[in-house]
Design a protein around this ligand. Structure first.
Ligand SMILES: Cc1ncc(COP(=O)(O)O)c(C=O)c1O
Length: 427
């Protein structure tokens, strides 16, 4: 089919009529499908099930330094877990703090700590005035929720296929001392799926912030989540910061939520010596130690980064066909119509879809009325406000493939109906 804008008013009205009929038919099937959250499916969760039963005898619960992991202690994690997560993040074990099951929790705590107790001896962010964060958008809605929770002003920064608009980032970071942080999902970004270019990483590392207590929040949640093992990896930000003489400027985060279990994985962060020393003092007050049994289970199960990567290939074999199914349906139904564009990620958990401006909310609502739940339009932007009302995040991993196909077909139908309505308004 040709570009919809080129059709006459009559042709568009006719087309809309037949699409509407199709929509009513689908609606009458009372579907109940969910493409809203980036969750592993059941088959993915089953991949790591063996890990649960690994430890049996009292000796099994000893970490390599002889400590009994069932007991209190080691608030920064057991040594073998620090080594494993060091490999995952590309840093030395001494730079790593291994925590509980959620990296989002570690990010929340890091922001909270900075607000109340400052960063490495600087005065608390909250006492310095209205704190601001740069928010590359579309981005991860829960990062933005953390900012909103603490009353941090969010400044959206446009993203392209290389990462955030670095001219804007540099200008704001280097001129405004109340800009204290930037959220980055550098590999298979949520939701666009892009990986930051080497140049973007180097420019981030080379910044000389107006605020001495500025930090990059490097959330590498999808660092080993490529569909193919030889995909390009994002440059090592801690190395880049060290080379630029700014090693204190970055916090790295990761977890095994989408490697083992989102509800019972292990999370970790990494940073410079100064940062780690400062953070460890606070963590030592917050807890007498994280769940080290789970840390040990993870190390015993995966052994090392190669073990993790081999495991990730099994995940890819399950989810890549789901991405392919959705992408095929989008291509078949929407390609060449001039009403939408979408990303074709090579890893991660999402497809980012852009409708014509002003259509996203209506598409999500139309899908909802026919039984398909999508992430709310605008969720990937600070304050839930997409200025273009065009971005929709598609999460293909959780549904079984047949349901996913039905949901994607309905989605395309809704995009076409809403787009035709929009074009007709301008005719
Ligand atoms: C970019 C990003 N960071 C963090 C998380 C959550 O991580 P965790 O389960 O370790 O808290 C997600 C989950 O979707 C995510 O997409």
């Amino acid at each position: 089919m040709s570009c919809l804008e080129s059709l006459s008013k009559e042709e568009l009205i006719g087309l809309k009529g037949s699409l509407q009929k199709e929509y009513e038919q689908v609606k009458s099937r009372n579907l109940k499908l969910d493409m809203s959250r980036g969750k592993p499916c059941l088959a993915q969760l089953d991949l790591s099930l063996e890990m649960i039963g690994l430890l049996h005898t009292p000796e099994d619960f000893r970490s390599e330094n002889g400590m009994d992991v069932r007991n209190y202690g080691m608030p920064d994690g057991i040594p073998e877990a620090r080594r494993l997560f060091g490999e995952m993040m590309g840093v030395e074990p001494e730079a790593v703090i291994v925590g509980g099951n959620s990296s989002l929790n570690m990010m929340f705590d890091t922001v909270a700590r900075s607000m109340t107790h400052g960063v490495c001896g600087y005065s608390p962010w909250s006492r310095q005035g209205r704190v601001k964060f740069l928010c590359p958008s579309p981005g991860y809605d829960r990062h933005f929720a953390v900012c909103e929770h603490f009353g941090i002003e969010m400044i959206p920064v446009p993203m392209d296929e290389n990462g955030p608009d670095m001219d804007m980032v540099e200008r704001l970071v280097q001129t405004d001392a109340m800009v204290k942080g930037i959220w980055c999902v550098p590999q298979y970004s949520n939701p666009t799926g892009i990986t930051y270019s080497d140049e973007v990483v180097r420019r981030l590392a080379a910044m000389t912030p107006a605020a001495k207590d500025f930090r990059i929040f490097w959330d590498n949640a999808y660092c080993i989540h490529g569909f193919s093992q030889d995909d390009r990896n994002v440059l090592n930000i801690l190395d880049a910061c060290r080379q630029a003489g700014h090693e204190d400027m970055v916090y790295l985060f990761c977890s095994t939520s989408k490697v083992s279990f989102p509800g019972a994985g292990v999370a970790a962060m990494a940073a410079s010596r100064n940062n780690v020393d400062f953070i460890k003092k606070c963590i030592g007050i917050q807890t007498i130690g994280p769940d080290k049994i789970n840390q040990l289970r993870h190390v015993q199960y995966f052994k090392n980064l190669d073990g993790m990567k081999a495991h990730m290939a099994k995940h890819a074999a399950i989810i890549k066909p789901k991405f392919d199914a959705v992408l095929e349906i989008l291509e078949e139904n929407l390609s060449g119509l001039g009403i939408a564009q979408w990303t074709k990620p090579t890893g991660g958990y999402f497809i980012s879809f852009d409708t014509m401006p002003g259509c996203a909310r209506q598409v999500v609502e139309l899908c909802r009325q026919a039984g398909v739940v999508l992430t709310p339009a605008g969720a990937s932007f600070p304050y839930g406000k997409d200025p273009q009302d065009s971005n929709i995040r598609i999460a293909p991993t959780f549904p079984v493939i047949e349901e996913l196909r039905q949901a994607a077909q309905l989605f395309c139908l809704c995009v076409k109906i809403v787009s035709i309505e929009k074009i007709l308004l301008a005719k």
